[in-house]
Structure formats: structure tokens, C-alpha cells
Design a protein around this ligand. Structure first.
Ligand code: NAD
Ligand code: TYD
Length: 362
């Protein structure tokens, strides 16, 4: 039995879909999975269409800031593991207004930890308490920004968050650490680099660029486009999380990264080149002609890079996709006719308002 908070978002839904994949998780028939999600603009039950009819799948619509509902859920289903993906996750939105980030990422994580603490303390010490795990899914952005020659972030790197988003995630990581040290809750934390893949809301760089390119819209690059991110294919993040749940050491932090540092301009150029091959523009021009340098993001972190050797050494994890293979899969996912309805649904409503506000365009 596993409780997945935020399981209807981008990474959470991949985690759930992979849970039901017999090649990745041969025991899934014997395990119940409870997805608990507030379904904000970023949460989408359609992501889980392929598994929502499975007899061992349960969905609960609720917030991690709702202590009563959390308590009812925990006592009713008695999960062995809790994995927390629930968060506000977009840096630009956190700059436009940080309130939801404080409420969900900080107060929500606190509320979830308190509900889990009461639940954990109600267990009879023994097998149940020994196997219980709370895995908090976090980000490399808590470590701040690297200079070009700095070594990649190790787990021991100082926390230096620079955006309201990363500050709120940093606060949540500290709460998790304290609930382990003070109350003995069997917590683990993972800090992962930038993810990409299908089902990602097209406000983040990669899906936004694919989406805009195909609609012949501008491809907005903030500042000089030389900021570096360490990209990881989402399924590789999920495989690392499964290993950490199964074999990770309680109280530890694990960094997860793709060893794939790219500047934003390199990422956008790669997408344009792949699209030029797979789906050339009718006028024969390259998608690169749509690139537009726009005003930089305030407080924009220059470089993130992850040192994932601890995870490789202790849990024998390594990513299965390179950036080149992962980006091709991602582009093909967004081009697939079957995924058109998904895209049409997520780009209606709130999405239009966000794009107008952020890019001052239609
Ligand atoms: P997302 O924005 O796509 O999904 C977040 C999910 O959380 C949505 O389903 C949303 O409905 C749900 N949610 C939001 N507020 C909630 C609340 N109060 N209660 C319950 N559910 C709530 O995010 P994502 O990209 O899938 O990221 C998942 C987690 O992984 C986040 O914690 C994020 O910080 C972390 N992370 C993301 C990345 C990345 O590149 N996307 C990288 C590293 C870590
Ligand atoms: P994003 O996908 O928002 O992830 P994060 O800010 O969490 O790293 O952005 C990735 C990089 O792309 C980041 O350096 C900001 C940049 N970016 C653009 O240049 N243009 C855009 O329109 C967006 C959304 C991001």
C-alpha cells in the first residue's frame, strides 16, 4: 500500500503509471495505490486514465493542507509508504505570487508530516513501524546557483535558495529533516534536477518550446539563454524514487541527476533541429527562426548540476536515457495524435491567462 500525494501532476503521474507496469514493478497486483491530489491547474486526472480502472487504484481529491482528510485517508488505507510529490512547482508563478507556494510547499508539507506523525505513532512497534517510509520529493534548486567551474551539487552542499519556489521547497526539506531527527519519523528526501517527458504542463521550458514551435509562435528565451540545467528524463527520476523507497537509508538525502548539463539555448536548438527533421515547417524554414530573446527572469539561477554518485554507489542507480534519446521520445509524445486531447484540455482556461500575463502576448 502506497500513498502518492500530488500523483496527478507531471512526475507523480509517471510514478503511478510506472507502478502499474509489470516490467518495472512485478508485484503491482498485490499492492494498492492511493493517489491524493488537490487537482490544481497542474493536476490532471486524465494523466491516470490508463490505470484508474484498476481494482487496486484509489483516487482521493484533497489538499495536503487538510489535516482531517489526511488523517481519515491514512487510517482507512494504512499505507506502508507515503511519497510526497504535491507542490506548487513553477518558478515563474512563484515570482508572480508566492502565496500558494508558502501554503502548499511549507504549510502543506508541515500538515502532512503532522498527520503522518500521528499515524506512525499509532502503529504497534514492529514490522509496521520498521517498514514505514515517508519520501519527500524535492529539487536541486534548494542549493542555489553554481558558477561555471564549481563542482556539481552534492548532498552536503549548503542550502542557498534564490526563488520563492526554491525557498519554499528548502523550507519543506528542513521540516522533513526535523521530523526525522526530532520525532523519529522514517523520512527520506530526494533532490532532483530538471525533469522532462510527456504529460508535462506546457508552462515549463521543454513542453512550452515544443508547443509554441508547432503553432508557429515565438520561442521565448530568457536573457542570454546561457543558463544551464542538468536534464533528466522523467522515467529515470521515477526509477530512482522506487529504489530509494525500497533500499534507501532512513534519514538520508539522495541527489538525482541526469549528468546532462545543457544551456537553455542548446535545449531549444536541439528541439528545433529534431522538429525540422521529424515535422518540417510547410515553408521550409527552420523552427529556429521563431527563437526570440525576451526579458530575463528576476533572480534567474545561472547553473544547476547534480552529483548523483551517492545514489549510483549505494543503490546502483543510473539513468537509462541520454538527453538525445529522451528529448526525441518527448517530442514524439507531444506529436502523437492520441495525446492531442490531453494537450487541448490543459491549454484551455487558466493556461491562457498565464501565457497572456507572463509573455504579454495573445
Ligand atoms: P506539477 O506541478 O506537475 O504537479 C504538482 C501536483 O501537486 C499536481 O497534481 C497538483 O494538483 C498537486 N498539488 C498542488 N498543490 C496541492 C495540495 N495542496 N495538495 C495536494 N496536491 C496538490 O509538479 P511536478 O513537476 O510533477 O513536480 C512534482 C514534485 O517534484 C514537486 O514537489 C517538485 O518540487 C519536485 N520536482 C520537480 C522537478 C521538475 O523538473 N518538474 C524537478 C525536481 C523536483
Ligand atoms: P523551467 O522549465 O521553468 O524550470 P526551472 O526554472 O525550474 O529550471 O525553466 C528551465 C530554464 O528555462 C530556466 O533557466 C528558465 C528558462 N526558460 C526560458 O528561457 N523561457 C521560458 O519561457 C521558460 C518557461 C523558461
Amino acid at each position: 500500500m502506497i500513498l502518492v500525494t500530488g500523483g496527478a501532476g507531471f512526475i507523480g503521474s509517471h510514478f503511478v503509471l510506472d507502478w502499474f507496469d509489470k516490467n518495472l514493478n512485478p508485484n503491482f497486483h498485490n499492492q494498492q495505490i492511493i493517489v491524493y491530489d488537490a487537482l490544481t491547474y497542474a493536476g490532471n486526472l486524465q494523466n491516470l486514465n490508463a490505470v484508474c480502472k484498476e481494482p487496486n487504484f484509489v483516487f482521493i481529491h484533497g489538499s495536503i493542507a487538510d489535516r482531517d482528510l489526511l488523517a481519515k485517508t491514512l487510517y482507512k488505507y494504512r499505507p506502508k509508504w507515503v511519497i510526497n510529490f504535491a507542490a506548487e512547482s513553477h518558478v515563474d508563478r512563484s515570482i508572480a505570487g508566492a502565496g500558494d507556494f508558502i501554503n502548499t510547499n511549507i504549510v502543506g508539507t508541515f500538515t502532512l508530516l503532522e498527520a503522518v506523525r500521528t499515524y506512525f505513532n499509532s502503529m504497534i512497534p514492529g514490522e509496521e513501524t520498521q517498514s514505514f517510509r515517508f519520501l519527500h520529493v524535492s529539487t536541486d534548486e534548494v542549493y542555489g546557483s553554481l558558477s561555471p567551474n564549481d563542482p556539481p551539487f552534492a548532498e552536503t552542499h549548503q542550502y542557498q535558495p534564490n526563488s520563492p519556489y526554491s525557498a519554499s521547497k528548502a523550507a519543506s526539506d528542513h521540516l522533513v529533516r526535523a521530523w526525522y531527527h526530532t520525532y523519529g519519523i522514517p523520512c527520506l528526501t530526494s533532490n532532483c534536477s530538471n525533469n522532462y517527458g510527456g504529460l508535462q504542463f506546457p508552462e515549463k521550458l521543454i513542453p512550452l518550446i515544443i508547443h509554441n514551435a508547432l503553432r508557429l509562435k515565438d520561442l521565448p528565451i530568457y536573457g542570454d539563454g546561457q543558463q544551464i540545467r542538468d536534464w533528466l528524463f522523467v522515467k529515470d527520476h521515477c526509477s530512482a524514487l522506487r529504489l530509494i523507497l525500497e533500499k534507501g537509508k532512513v534519514g538520508e538525502v539522495y541527489n538525482i541527476g541526469g549528468n546532462s548539463e545543457k544551456t537553455n539555448l542548446q535545449v531549444v536548438n536541439t528541439i528545433c533541429e529534431k522538429l525540422d527533421q521529424i515535422k518540417p515547417r510547410a515553408d521550409g524554414k527552420s523552427y529556429k527562426t521563431q527563437i526570440k530573446f525576451v526579458k530575463d527572469r528576476p533572480g534567474h539561477d545561472r547553473r544547476y548540476a547534480i552529483n548523483a554518485t551517492k545514489l549510483q554507489r549505494e543503490l546502483q542507480w543510473k539513468p537509462s536515457e541520454t538527453f538525445e534519446s529522451g528529448i526525441e521520445k518527448t517530442i514524439l509524445w507531444y506529436l502523437d495524435e492520441q495525446n492531442k486531447t490531453w494537450l487541448e484540455n490543459v491549454i484551455s482556461g487558466d493556461y491562457q491567462n498565464w501565457i497572456k500575463q507572463q509573455y504579454k502576448c495573445k
